[in-house]
Design a protein around this ligand. Structure first.
Ligand SMILES: C[C@@H](O)[C@H](N)C(=O)O
Ligand SMILES: C[C@@H](O)[C@H](N)C(=O)O
Lengths: 163, 163
């Protein structure tokens, strides 16, 4: 089956923040998101993988211009959250492939990841939805990544990218 | 701004697989997805958080009935992939809140996570897209989670859930 990737979307000037070593028990993720929601911090991507020995990390993205405020806010909550550290990087971009009706993400994800690997672009985080595979990369590689993915999926490298 | 969550979607009988301790360098994620794509394994969710000291984990979901095949396949590739372990759980469900035009995920995610925490439902993994927040939970809590989220977002608990 040939899933069709019909477009590439991207968003530059993002920042990512990772809350290291949170306890894997109910209520912890809620607490962190409540802190952010209370201060009206605009959160885009939220990524959490499966815990190991009762701990895991929570990564999320915010607009670059709220990076400092968010780091400061979470640092003040660190004792309450009992996390090991708050880390981040404010020069990040998100790039996604979009395909309606992808029954399986394996093939398109493999093609996407391979295209980035060819030019040594490192994938920092991955999330998917029914119609998308999104990755975080360093901001400076965004232009190159857009061209690589247009070529890999034989798309017009037009400027009609969805932001 | 009051982001509107208009529906809950879910998918039961999923299985999750985590490849532990993969090297955070270009090409590694591509290699894993290529292995799965070659055997036409239907992958739904792919989640990877930010690495620590050069290593990270990769979690993905497959239909429950391909769980054994996928674990066996990855175990045979373990030396080639140089991963620490392949772990999994075949009694998983995915549940998502859907809202068009959510500028920020923080508020709706906090509400979703809090509703699950009230009944002690543990969140195993989190991913988002522009219109969705999705979590993995134990299969046995799916019915309860659907009711909790319908109540939390004041939705009709109708059967028109998008599968
Ligand atoms: C780690 C975090 O997701 C936790 N399991 C929770 O449910 O809040
Ligand atoms: C960990 C994995 O995503 C790696 N960074 C890659 O680019 O393939």
């Amino acid at each position: 089956e040939n899933p069709v990737v019909s477009a590439i979307s991207f968003s530059r000037h993002e920042a990512r923040i990772t809350v290291r070593k949170i306890h894997d028990k109910p209520g912890i993720a809620a607490k962190i998101l409540q802190i952010l929601a209370k201060k009206a911090i605009e959160v885009d991507m939220i990524v959490q993988s499966v815990s190991q020995q009762d701990f895991t990390d929570l990564t999320f993205t915010v607009p670059e211009n709220s990076y400092n405020q968010t780091i400061t806010l979470l640092n003040t909550m660190q004792t309450q959250l009992k996390t090991a550290a708050i880390e981040g990087d404010h020069k990040i971009a998100k790039i996604s492939i979009i395909g309606i009706g992808m029954r399986s993400h394996a093939g398109v994800a493999a093609t996407m990841f391979e295209a980035l690997a060819l030019k040594n672009i490192n994938i920092q985080a991955i999330t998917t939805s029914e119609i998308k595979v999104s990755v975080l990369i360093e901001d400076k590689y965004l232009e190159l990544a857009i061209r690589l993915l247009h070529a890999a999926f034989k798309l017009e490298n037009s400027q009609n990218n969805i932001q």
